[in-house]
Design a protein around this ligand. Structure first.
Ligand code: GDP
Ligand code: MG
Length: 596
């Protein structure tokens, strides 16, 4: 297809504003998916995505659209919709010339609308503002057109009105995509350069790499090079998705499609990398490539210790399809053999955990999630800590923690509640703007450690569900952080060590100690539970001793009853873990680690 007939676009929206539904409607109206094959949210392929109604992996699909007597080729690139995957979103956007900015006409602009809009603007995309769900009785398209126009600097009348559900206005939107977006520009005679914006592992075909060609062209059977790794591969197949994969004779300037090279691991075909021809390589890679960087770490342990090899195999399999997943073996006194696993964020963690449990049938315990700390010791050495129990010995001169730049959008009546919450999470207000009289945008700097856990839930409950929230990494800051240990009869329980701000150390210690007191059964002897910073105890509880030996209950002669009792105890002990001389049922660890 000649570049002037190609339009590459994506749809960006806050979650639930109707992106997937609109994408489905476009597939149907352009005739690439017929009525029969249409299932709700055709593009969201993963089960977890469909159940949660979120898009994790982006996909590209090609649609024909007749306008002005010519058939145009529209490539719709679906972007993941969550902050954990911002880098992947930015690469998908970089593959486009324009973006449909979709806003729910009953909700207005939300935090992710802004975050995505800024990313689109950074990539110089042409923005088409669209109000969706105009079929809803609660829709207020005029009001929100005003808001949207104010935000992007156009006239309210320029905002299109559509319903992804009924299809109203969608044909007009497709026409506008052709009219308003520029065709791709590139040099057809230059050495080929194609940008990878997604890479997916497929059991049958190996890794399927989605690319957008910038210059030159790619053809089947050619040898290609991945410019970041210098690895060469043969192009076994090249094609387009419309929406099922269809091999083609090649991809030229501006075209979007997929490549298959037979590699088995998405790490060999990384998002953001540049593909070129091995015989006639481009000199410069396209800008913007970045290695995925895990932000949150957690220990994953099989509940049944004999599942350890299964867990290892399962992680090895997931890794084929997830370039951001990193892990290494770890042992814990309390939990046995497991893995320290790095994630892009909490959603990524949840997705991986859920897939391990569902697809591989594993029962798992995960330890408290931890961010990445840089600890500098008095002797000048710096240690990267992703597991609080591996906090270095020696005198600490400084600890730094990752921070984020966060945006909260909410009705202005909640300003006070939001400030209170952010303050309690060590946030500092950077600025505030009114989008309209009753809606406010608040910008905060917050420590990542303070939001990974339950910030969003707290925000929702304090604002009766009206606030939305988004964030991006914003470097590091030093802070007065300390490691709190939890000890049972003087022995440290590694899984409960945590790095917290000094002001919060006491609260953490008290809550852990009292939780454990409830959860650990009485022993033959008294068991002190302590929380400590170094050698200094900050909280203490005591589990009293059992007064009588259970066997004392079985008077003399009844041997068989005694034996039964002993056997029962032995069985129970299999699920017990020893911390020093204290027996702790595994359930106690699980319960103490689960969030309330
Ligand atoms: P996404 O998170 O942006 O992909 O949003 P979805 O497409 O999954 O839609 C979120 C919810 O809004 C779903 O329950 C849809 O059925 C509903 N929805 C989407 N578009 C429309 C629309 O135009 N009108 C109405 N009434 N509901 C819609
Ligand atoms: Mg969706």
């Amino acid at each position: 297809t000649p570049p002037d007939l190609i339009r590459n676009f994506c749809i960006i929206a806050h979650i639930d504003h109707g992106k997937s539904t609109l994408a489905d409607r476009m597939l149907q109206i352009t005739g690439v998916v017929d009525e029969r094959a249409m299932r709700a949210q055709y593009l969201d392929r993963m089960d977890i995505e469909r159940e949660r109604g979120i898009t994790i992996k982006s996909q590209a699909v090609r649609m024909p659209w007749d306008f002005d007597g010519q058939t145009h080729c529209l490539n719709m690139i679906d972007t993941p919709g969550h902050v954990d995957f911002t880098y992947e979103v930015s690469r998908s956007l970089a593959a486009c010339e324009g973006a449909v900015l979709l806003v729910d006409a009953a909700q207005g602009i939300e935090a992710q609308t802004l975050a995505n809009l800024y990313l689109a603007m950074e990539n110089d995309l042409t923005i088409i503002p669209v109000l969706n769900k105009i079929d809803l009785p609660a829709a207020q398209p005029e009001k929100y057109a005003e808001e949207l126009a104010g935000l992007i600097g156009c006239e309210p009348a320029d905002c299109l009105q559509v319903s992804g559900k009924t299809g109203a206005g969608v044909e007009e939107l497709l026409d506008q995509i052709v009219q308003q977006l520029p065709g791709p520009v590139g040099d057809p005679d230059a050495a080929p350069r194609a940008m990878i914006f997604d890479s997916v592992y497929d059991t049958y075909r190996g890794v399927v790499t989605y690319v957008r060609v910038i210059d030159g062209s790619l053809k089947p059977r050619e040898k290609i090079v991945m410019m970041s790794t210098k690895a060469t591969h043969e192009l076994l197949e090249i094609g387009v998705s419309d929406p099922e994969p269809r091999p083609s004779k090649g991809l030229g300037v501006g075209e979007v499609g997929y490549l298959i090279t037979g590699v088995k691991d998405v790490r060999q075909s990384r998002v953001g990398d540049t593909v070129t021809n091995a015989g006639k390589p481009a000199t410069d890679a396209l800008g913007g490539y970045r290695d995925p960087k895990p932000m949150v770490f957690s220990g994953l342990y099989p509940i049944d210790g004999s599942d350890y090899p299964l867990l290892r195999d399962a992680l090895d399999k997931l890794k084929l399809n997830d370039a951001a997943l990193v892990y290494e073996p770890e042992t814990s006194v309390a939990l046995g053999f497991g893995f320290r696993v790095g994630f892009l964020g909490m959603l990524h963690l949840e997705i991986v955990r859920e897939r391990l449990e569902r697809e591989f049938d594993l029962g798992l315990i995960s330890t408290l999630p931890s961010v990445v700390y840089e600890v500098t010791l008095d002797d000048g050495t710096t240690v990267t800590v992703t597991n609080p129990s591996e906090f270095p010995e020696g005198k600490v001169s400084q600890i730094s923690e990752p921070i984020v730049r966060a945006t909260v959008l909410a009705p202005s009546e909640f300003i006070g509640a939001i400030m209170e919450l952010c303050q309690s999470r060590r946030g500092s207000l950077r600025g505030m703007d009114y989008l309209s009289q009753e809606r406010v945008e608040m910008r905060y700097t917050l420590p990542l450690a303070e939001i990974v856990f339950d910030f969003f839930d707290a925000l929702k409950s304090k604002t009766r569900g009206y606030a939305s929230f988004d964030y991006e990494p914003d470097g590091e800051q030093t802070a007065d952080l300390v490691k709190v240990d939890v000890l049972l009869q003087g022995d440290r329980v590694d899984a409960f060590s945590n790095i917290v701000h000094r002001d919060k150390a006491y609260a953490y210690g008290v809550s852990m100690a009292s939780k454990l007191k409830e959860l650990i059964p009485r022993q033959q002897f008294e068991v002190p539970i302590q929380a400590a910073i170094g050698a200094r105890v900050i909280a203490r509880e005591t589990i009293r001793a059992i007064r009588k030996d259970v066997l004392a209950k079985c008077y003399g002669g009844d041997i068989s009853r005694k034996r039964k009792l002993l056997e029962k105890q032995k069985e129970g002990k299999k699920r017990m873990k020893m911390v020093g001389s204290v027996e702790v049922p595994q359930e106690a660890f699980i319960a103490a680690l689960s969030q309330d």
